[in-house]
Structures are given as structure tokens and as C-alpha cells.
Write a protein that binds this ligand. Structure first.
Ligand code: PLP
Length: 364
């Protein structure tokens, strides 16, 4: 079989090593005589996996003891709803930083729950989201501030976050575990697993105990963070296989040296690709300088026909899922933790080769 490098934004490529472990264990998990897919979520064997995944997350992200780790279903999109449901406060505005499609989706859902109380704090929509919105002038009163750390579709990323007087909520779906930052500076982090953490089906929520304790309303059980905390995310059947696979990915990250090493590799890969694109006369990147994402890199030529040709040839070469999001067009390379440097080198070489063969299309 030809080697495939999968640049999908999510569900995304998984570490080959972790997949091999899962394949090896699939029919008989840890001498249980059963597949991990068949284990009761109330069994001791599953409980060990569940708690090990939490412990690995705590260690890898250096989370303090005042942080609770929850496993929830419904994707990051359900968090757009659960955050305002749980953390909205009567009479207090909830602020949203709109840095891209996902951030503006979060705001729209916030409005469905909180009405006029969900407000846009800053936005880079007028720049087509090719730059980051401002994080200056943070409000000192309010229910919370919501930020998207990495704008998956547009390819921008916040590297620093403001110290805020009100709870800081961050959607880290597309760069959690790729950046070596202080994960305790946030009051709530959420991330759909299918980008950088594992397969789809589980969403990670990390929430400070103090914030949990501040929730003061009656909510449907399945939408109430407190129920997940009290039940160790076992109120009902959790996505057991997704959590097992997440743990295998975490073990792989740990084996390589943790978040510090992931951050180093992310920089190396992103630098290589940005360097190739910056030197190119045919390809352009919409995002410049310090706002650039390390995990999602959009690029394009001046012509849709040429973009399509590039995508078709890349596909032939085994460089797949490079088509940009339908809202942005062109190409996008998602290079999360599990994308090896070799994959980015192959893409970079192909970009150069394609340009050589299409010199006549270069516009000055
Ligand atoms: C992919 C993505 C989402 C949506 O995730 P789902 O799990 O599909 O709901 C939300 N926010 C960001 C930043 C994303 O990258």
C-alpha cells in the first residue's frame, strides 16, 4: 500500500504506534477474553482505563488538583451550549472573542441560551479572520469571557492570554496538547478529541472546582457539569472506546517526552511549511507573522482551477484531505501531533515540485 499522509482537520490522523497497540489488543483486552469494545463501563477493567486517561491528562498538562477532568459527548459544539447553560448568570453579560467560524458559532449558541446577555467582545471578521481579534480591554465584571485558542478553519492562534478578573473559558479543540503553555491559567478548557487527542466521540472538559461550585441553577442532568464531576463522568454510559483510544494517544505522547516535545515538533513542522510557502511565488498564505497557527495552515494559489489541480495531484501522491474548509476555499494542511515530520516534508517537496511545473502561472 502507498503511504498516505492524512492532513484532515478532524477526525484527524492518529499515531501509527497507538493504532498498532489498539489493533493488537482489540480481540482480547488485557487477558479479559473480551474486546475493549465489549467491556461494561461499570467493570473494574474499564474503570482502570478511564482513570488512567484522566491521570495521564493531569500529568501531561500539569493540571493542579483544583482542576476537574470531565468526559462528555456531543462534541465541542455541545460545549457552545453547556458553557452558557452552566455558567451564564442573571443580569451579567457573557463575553465572546470572535476570531473565526468556531468562535462566532459559540457566540450564536450563547445567544440562543442567554439572549442579549451573550455579547461579542472583539472580532476580526472585518479582516476576514486573517488576523487575531484584540485581547486588550478585558471586562472586569461579567459571567465569563470565551476565547477560541486556535482558529482551525482560518489558521490563527493565540499564544498569550490575558489575566482576567472573571472566568476565562477557552475552546482548545485544535491545539490542546500541541502547545506548551500554562493550562492552569484557564477556568474552563474544552476540546473535541478528534483533532489532537484521539478519535471522535469524546469531548474533554477541564474545569476549576471553584467555577463548578459557583453553578447555582437547576439543569437537565446530562447538561450539568456537576453531574459529570460527581459521577466521575459515569452518570450514564460514556464513549468507552473513544476514552480508551484517547488514553493510548496520551501514552504515546508521554513516551515521546510530553507536551514540551509536542510543542517543539509542532514548531519544527509549521516552520518548514510556512518557510516553503513564504518562499513560493505561486502559493500564498492568508495569515502573516505572529498570528499564525502551528496546527492548521491554509494556503492557496490565485486560481481555483490551479488549486483543484494541486489537490488532485497531491491526492495521487498520497497527500490527502488538503482541501480547505468550504468557507475559505483553497488548501489547508492540518498538522496535529500525530502528523510526522516526514509528512510535512513530503508536502513541502510537493509544493516546490508543483510550482516548478507551473512556473508559467506565477503572477507578479
Ligand atoms: C472542530 C472544532 C469545533 C467543533 O467540534 P465538534 O466536536 O465537531 O463539535 C469547535 N471548535 C473548534 C475550535 C474546532 O476546531
Amino acid at each position: 500500500m502507498k503511504h498516505i499522509y492524512n492532513f484532515s482537520a478532524g477526525p484527524a490522523t492518529l499515531p501509527q504506534k497507538a493504532l498498532e497497540v489498539m489493533q493488537h489488543e482489540l480481540l482480547n483486552y488485557n487477558h479479559s477474553g473480551m474486546s475493549v469494545l465489549e467491556l461494561s463501563h461499570r467493570s473494574k477493567t474499564y474503570d482502570t482505563i478511564h482513570n488512567e486517561a484522566k491521570e495521564n491528562l493531569r500529568n501531561l498538562l500539569s493540571l493542579n488538583q483544583d482542576q476537574e477532568i470531565l468526559f462528555i459527548q456531543g462534541g465541542a459544539s455541545l460545549q457552545f451550549t453547556m458553557v452558557p447553560m452552566n455558567l451564564g448568570k442573571a443580569g451579567l453579560p457573557a463575553y465572546y472573542v470572535d476570531g473565526g467560524t468556531w468562535g462566532s458559532r459559540a457566540l450564536e449558541e450563547g445567544k440562543l441560551v442567554l439572549g442579549e446577555l451573550a455579547v461579542c467582545l472583539s472580532s476580526s471578521k472585518d479582516k476576514n479572520y486573517t488576523t487575531l481579534p484584540s485581547l486588550k480591554n478585558m471586562p472586569t465584571t461579567g459571567a465569563y469571557i470565551h476565547i477560541t485558542s486556535n482558529n482551525t478553519i482560518e489558521g490563527t492562534m493565540h499564544t498569550t492570554f490575558p489575566k482576567t478578573k472573571i472566568p476565562l473559558i477557552v475552546d482548545m479543540s485544535s491545539n490542546i496538547l500541541s502547545v506548551d503553555i500554562d493550562y492552569n491559567q484557564f477556568d474552563l478548557i474544552y476540546a473535541g478529541a478528534q483533532k489532537n487527542l484521539g478519535p471522535s466521540g469524546v469531548t474533554l472538559v477541564i474545569i476549576k472546582k471553584a467555577l463548578l461550585d459557583s453553578i447555582d441553577k437547576v439543569l437537565p442532568s446530562m447538561l450539568d457539569y456537576r453531574i459529570y464531576q460527581k459521577s466521575n463522568s459515569l452518570f450514564n454510559t460514556p464513549p468507552t472506546f473513544s476514552i480508551y483510544a484517547l488514553n493510548e494517544v496520551l501514552k504515546w505522547v508521554k513516551g515521546l517526552g510530553g507536551v514540551q516535545e509536542m510543542d517543539k515538533r509542532a514548531r519544527q513542522k509549521a516552520l518548514l511549511l510556512y518557510d516553503t510557502l513564504d518562499k513560493s511565488k505561486l502559493f500564498k498564505t492568508p495569515v502573516k507573522g505572529k498570528d499564525r497557527s502551528l496546527t492548521n495552515i491554509p494556503f492557496f494559489t490565485h486560481s481555483d482551477t490551479l488549486n483543484d489541480e494541486f489537490l488532485a495531484q497531491a491526492n495521487e501522491m498520497g497527500l490527502i484531505n488538503l482541501k480547505g474548509h468550504r468557507l475559505v476555499g483553497g488548501m489547508r494542511a492540518s498538522i496535529y501531533n500525530a502528523m510526522p515530520l516526514e509528512g510535512v516534508m513530503a508536502l513541502s517537496d510537493f509544493i516546490k515540485q508543483f510550482e516548478k511545473e507551473h512556473k508559467r502561472y506565477v503572477q507578479d
